[in-house]
Design a protein. Structure first.
Length: 72
């Protein structure tokens, strides 16, 4: 079984921001969503929700071109 971190949301957190914070790549939200069926597919989260963040075996390479325009 893979290791999992617990992250507690802050007002305004989003799937892509959490992925960028933990993986360095805002596009890696699919694994986060799959690991958190208890959370809504909302645009933003409220404060205090628990997000389970699967630990990746190797950190994905990230380049500016891979980021959404608002994060470049």
């Amino acid at each position: 079984m893979s290791a999992v971190l617990r992250y507690i949301t802050k007002d305004g957190d989003r799937w892509d921001l959490i992925a960028h914070k933990h993986y360095g790549n805002a596009l890696l939200i699919d694994g986060l969503i799959a690991a958190n069926p208890h959370l809504p597919l909302a645009e933003e989260f409220v404060n205090g929700l628990t997000v389970f963040v699967p630990v990746l075996e190797s950190k994905p390479k990230n380049s500016q071109a891979d980021l959404p325009p608002w994060m470049r």
